[in-house]
Design a protein around this ligand. Structure first.
Ligand code: NAG
Ligand code: NAG
Ligand code: NAG
Ligand code: NAG
Ligand code: NAG
Ligand code: NAG
Length: 563
């Protein structure tokens, strides 16, 4: 069944690829980052929804943690092709605590977010899988912040950032940062040790987009990255990612919630019917969910806001956090008039789609989850504050803005409705709407003609390899129901290559083979191998460790690669 994180210590892949869906970067909200961080720090993530104030004080003093290492900066060219553009300072952190000369440097790539809290966790906390990895391998640890995030931004990031300042936020530029940094890496404590990739094996670990980067780094720069762990990595750029919700559907069915999938589906058929009928019925259904002010939103923004109900899924599965899908389902399937739980057919089969929609709207956590994610006050949830229920506003959060630029220009990953029998969203959640979100977020770039009409996914795939990426000394892990599995090398979708075979038998050092060296973590979601509470996730991490033990001895000093 689903897992509970309550009162247990969980490490999530905080560099979780956010869902660029609806109402401006749903999933990639400051709120969701706090939820995931709480879990990483061993706090009950439900605190974020239940007790915002207390959470803020807790998160600034996480338990079981040593002081984080000092912040360091390296000077990097803004454009690796044109030194005249100038340089910027890129932030990183190093832990020498476990290091013994002759052992590897292991880099945790934080991916698309401010990496400060991750550095504190992964370099200074015993509750981190990464700290444990450093300890086991006597390794030097580095946490790397991606350009344009946190304090590694060449230009200030806000709604006012001119489009030309985003020009250097590309997958390619960000990949070239790592070899540039690594080639001159030294430590004052180890002046007699060659810590650059010529003299020391560098291992890159990343989850989600950072996992994609880890695989690409090994593929493009084997002279820099000797081995890699690519966790939950969508290596294929693709505009249409409706498959995201097929995975949610499959997880629900596999875990006993098929009645709920039918009811949500029926609820949306009713909701969509009301939205389409006339402005009066459309306004009424919006009011039913979000109160009087909810009625002013477009059909797309309204149904987009409702997709936030799935936001916890990739990090926690169906359970775990207060506001989760299991709670929503239990609410829908419970009949308050008889105090009975619906059978396998669900409630809509008996009472119709309108009833299912009304049960959904009446879920007490629905407005809270949406408000928390979007920073709004629909309802109003809080009577003492002004009502604020504009569901389609562009995001003002810097990390969200930068990631939006990346997916709107290159990666796509548009998570619209998985139309058909398994649909879990409204039919107003279209690919065109996803494009509209991008256009709304970057109106100046649209006006200047620098935002592509649609993300350049094909170009990214031909540049980096997409599905066909098979670097040696690289492990690919992914959760069975991880929405991001659908665009990974271990994808089981119809649109993915069909002949892919994977095995957790460790390949020989440097061996390139067709069989993917990987691990599909059963009944799990995003980056569960970075969690310490998931036994299956830990099993996957053990495979990676045994692979590293096999590969490291073949590193040849001075050559910077395998024998
Ligand atoms: C530099 O220019 C070449 C040729 O146009 C291109 O292939 C490469 O991706 C560019 N590098 C970066 C970091 O943009
Ligand atoms: C890195 O080191 C090389 C030689 O060791 C040197 O030529 C180069 O200028 C250095 N780069 C930076 C950015 O310091
Ligand atoms: C390494 O050097 C720093 C000064 O840069 C010092 O504070 C630290 O204690 C040294 N660490 C070890 C393990 O010797
Ligand atoms: C409803 O059922 C649950 C257990 O199935 C029970 O604990 C609860 O008291 C019941 N409520 C009412 C109002 O009968
Ligand atoms: C129906 O839904 C409820 C609540 O979500 C769940 O506990 C139950 O197992 C489901 N029943 C069947 C037969 O699918
Ligand atoms: C409502 O907002 C006020 C002002 O921010 C705050 O003090 C109060 O705790 C909030 N009430 C609830 C129930 O969240």
């Amino acid at each position: 069944m689903y897992r509970s994180l309550l009162n247990s210590i969980g490490i999530l892949c905080l560099a979780a690829l956010w869902r660029p869906v609806a109402a401006m970067g749903s999933g990639n909200t400051a709120y969701m980052r706090r939820v995931l961080l709480a879990a990483q720090a061993g706090l009950d993530p439900s605190l974020v929804l239940d007790d915002k104030m207390d959470f803020h004080s807790l998160i600034s003093h996480p338990p079981h943690q040593e002081p984080p290492p000092e912040t360091e900066f390296v000077t990097i060219p803004i454009d690796h092709n044109d030194s005249s553009v100038g340089t910027y300072q890129n932030r990183y952190w190093v832990s020498e605590k476990f290091f013994q000369p002759g052992s590897p440097v292991i880099m945790y790539d934080a991916g698309e977010l401010n990496a400060q809290n991750l550095a504190a966790l992964h370099l200074a906390s015993d509750t981190s899988f990464f700290t444990r990895l450093l300890k086991e391998f006597n390794a030097m640890g580095i946490v790397w912040e991606h350009r344009y995030y946190g304090e590694s931004a060449p230009f200030p990031i806000s709604l006012d950032t001119p489009p030309e300042h985003f020009k250097y936020l590309t997958t390619r530029q960000a990949i070239e940062d790592i070899p540039y940094f690594a080639q001159n890496f030294t430590r004052v404590n180890y002046t007699d040790v060659d810590l650059t990739p010529k003299g020391t094996p560098w291992v890159m670990v990343g989850g989600s987009y950072a996992g994609t980067r880890a695989a690409f780094m090994r593929n493009e720069h084997p002279e820099t990255i000797f081995a890699a762990l690519s966790s939950s990595a969508p290596i294929q750029a693709q505009v249409d990612m409706t498959s995201y919700f097929d995975q949610v559907y499959r997880a629900m069915v596999a875990n006993g919630y098929s009645n709920c999938t039918r009811d949500i589906h029926a609820a949306y058929q009713y909701i969509d019917g009301q939205l389409a009928e006339d402005t009066g019925s459309a306004a009424a259904i919006k009011r039913l969910f979000f109160g009087e002010e909810g009625a002013q939103n477009s059909n797309e923004d309204f149904t987009g806001a409702l997709t936030h109900l799935y936001d916890y899924f990739q990090g926690y599965g169906l359970g775990g956090v207060n506001g989760n899908i299991a709670q929503l389902c239990d609410h829908i399937e419970h009949d308050p008039s008889t105090n009975q739980t619906a059978g396998p057919d669900g409630v809509a089969a008996m009472y119709g789609g309108r009833y299912a929609a009304e049960r959904m709207a009446a879920w007490p956590l629905l407005v809270r989850v949406t408000n928390s994610n979007l920073g709004l006050n629909c309802g109003p949830e809080n009577d003492t504050l002004p009502v604020n229920c504009e569901l389609g506003k562009p995001s003002t959060d810097a990390d969200t803005i930068s990631w939006s630029w990346q997916y709107c220009t290159e990666w796509g990953f548009y998570q619209s409705n998985n139309a058909g029998e398994h649909a879990l969203l409204s039919r107003f959640q279209t690919l065109q709407y996803q494009q509209e979100i991008c256009n709304r977020q970057f109106p100046d770039a649209v006006a200047a003609g620098v935002l592509p009409a649609t993300p350049e996914a094909d170009r990214v795939n031909s540049e980096f390899g997409g599905w066909t990426v098979r670097p040696s000394n690289t492990m690919f892990s992914v959760g069975e129901f991880d929405p991001w599995r659908t665009l990974s090398v271990l994808s089981a979708e119809e649109f993915a290559p069909q002949d892919v075979v994977w095995s957790s038998d460790v390949p020989r050092c440097g061996e390139v083979r067709d069989t993917v060296f990987g691990y599909v973590v059963p009944n799990s979601e995003h980056c569960f191998d970075f969690q310490l509470i998931s036994d299956e996730g830990k099993a996957s991490m053990e495979v990676f460790k045994s692979a590293l033990k096999q590969w490291l001895p073949c590193f040849v000093k001075g050559v910077g690669g395998e024998a």
